[in-house]
Design a protein around this ligand. Sequence first.
Ligand code: 4NP
Length: 153
Amino acid sequence: MVKVVFICLGNICRSPMAEFVFKDMVKRQGLEKDFLIESRATSSEALGCSVHRGTQKILTQKNIPFSDRQARKITQSDYDKYDLLIIMETANYPNLLRTIGEDAQGKVHRLLDFTDNPADIDDPWYTGDFESTYRDIHLGCDALLKYIKEKLI
Ligand code: 4NP
């Protein structure tokens, strides 16, 4: 079982989008039982809030199932719980380290670093552009799944 947690600032826009996109990909490939997939925030800004309407809308448009969930913050023990902690942008890294301490086992990766075009994923909370975020997240999740299938399962 590979345990993956997607992490962003608020856990209402990007990381839940990545959680549901990745769950859908994994399910389509019949690999559901090999994975635990969740998402968390680095900040307390939106704790308890539902998935952002913009994320809900784009997931609906793309026929990707999602459930009602509330934003949760990453905890120190999550570092041991998960195999891969996948951040959306470089700015998430120092925020994450404030909670988990150091990344001693090299579990933290930026999502688009698995692709041929390493980059941050812009925050649609500020840009309002959920389509571009979806495109990046889909590319990143696709590359991440390939990486996991080659290296970990
Ligand atoms: P996310 O976007 O990190 O992609 O979930 C944000 C959501 C909420 C806030 C910031 C970013 N906020 O400050 O409440």
